[in-house]
Design a protein around this ligand. Structure first.
Ligand SMILES: [Zn+2]
Length: 376
């Protein structure tokens, strides 16, 4: 990971962030500023429900809308397919509606056509909606690289009525992803590693404040938000957590950087048995591992463990269906510490052995924490 070479600091963010119940029904109001031909890339399984809702909201102007269904993987081939289709239509704006991969594809299509883009997530499970980059995968779902765009989305439109209807596991997983933001920001600040803005700069104080606020909201509102979402209702706590998972986590990580927590997540992805766990679920366990790796105070580590247990995020290898054998844990550790990887944003030299040790130590510490408190 490159260290910053100058004292120049930089900050990137979406043009506008709009969050509230029923906001998807106001999409027309937001797209009309850019022109009257709107290309909507939408998750296939949402096209009947949310796709119809959008059509209805445009009223007699529904013929301005062009829909295309996202095929499920943000590959270079899919970006190329959608770009060709969109070029034939020549829209004034691209709108992405759905999960992180749909939004990443919509952002890449808009960037290649030099068009504005609205990113409209339908779950608060990742921090993809706000960022100025697209993560690219192979057809088989393996992550290959990131494409960095000239700018972040013009508008991030978050309809909390839609988000609260999505499975609660998405919201909780988003909290797992958001949980890492502050601790990874701190590691990056301590090692003075460049952030993900342009060629990489020093982080602004604003970015550090955002990362810290992100963690505080989770501690304050995380459990209440989960319970409200389970009851199918939107409350102030739910709104706060959606903002933390989407805006604060997204702007936070891009402007400060990832470190050990996400490195352990990347490590876990080499094991087939973790593939059905969501990104944020693996990041949550990775975050505890990072704190153990950094040998942070017991109170801080226990605060994070307690938070994860309260909302139901995985905290042990068993929770992630990983057998603690030497081969498996070492495979995770090797990928986590891969040369040039994000783990090297930690403020000390990291090796596979350090990760191997901290993963097993984390697992043992959490099991002891639960044993002492009679938690199953
Ligand atoms: Zn993440």
């Amino acid at each position: 990971m490159p260290h910053v070479k100058s004292t120049t600091r930089a900050f990137a963010s979406p043009g506008k962030y709009i969050q509230g119940p029923g906001e998807m029904n106001r999409l027309k109001e937001y797209t009309s500023v850019y022109g009257n031909k709107v290309f909507v890339l939408i998750d296939k399984y949402l096209s009947d429900s949310i796709g119809s809702q959008i059509k209805l909201s445009y009223g007699e102007d529904a013929d301005q809308l062009y829909f295309d269904n996202f095929t499920g993987e943000s590959t270079l081939a899919e970006i190329d397919r959608v770009t060709k289709l969109a070029k034939g239509i020549a829209p004034s704006i691209i709108v992405g509606v759905g999960g992180g991969k749909t939004l990443d594809t919509a952002k890449a299509v808009a960037a290649s056509m030099e068009l504005p883009v609205i990113s409209a997530p339908t779950a608060a499970s990742t921090d993809a909606p706000t960022s100025g980059l697209s993560v690219i995968y192979t057809e088989e779902g393996e992550q290959t690289h990131c494409i960095f765009h000239k700018s972040n989305p013009d508008i991030v439109l978050v309809d909390t009525e839609i988000i609260v209807k999505a499975p609660v596991r998405f919201l909780v997983s988003g909290m797992g992803d958001a949980l890492s933001t502050y601790f990874e920001a701190r590691a990056n600040a301590e090692s003075d590693t460049a952030n993900y803005v342009g060629k990489g700069y020093k982080r602004c104080r604003a970015a550090m404040a955002i990362a810290e606020m992100c963690y505080n909201i989770l501690l304050e509102d995380g459990l209440a938000a989960k319970l409200s979402a389970e009851a199918g209702v939107c409350t102030e706590a739910v709104e706060n957590v959606i903002e933390a998972n989407t805006l604060l986590s997204g702007v936070g990580f891009e402007n400060t950087g990832c470190a050990g927590g996400h490195a352990v997540n990347e490590g876990l992805t080499v094991l087939e048995e973790t593939h059905h766990f969501y990104h944020g679920e693996k990041v949550a366990f990775g975050t505890i591992c990072q704190l153990v790796l950094e040998n942070r105070p017991k109170e801080e580590i226990e605060e994070v463990i307690a938070f994860c247990l309260s909302v139901g995020l995985p905290t042990t290898l068993k929770d992630l269906h990983v057998e603690p054998t030497y081969e498996k844990v070492m495979a995770v550790a090797k990928r986590a510490a891969i040369e040039g990887g994000i783990a090297h944003a930690e403020p000390f030299n990291v090796t596979p052995e350090l990760f191997y040790n901290c993963i097993l130590a984390t697992d043992a510490m959490v099991r002891n924490y639960k044993l002492q408190r009679g938690i199953q």
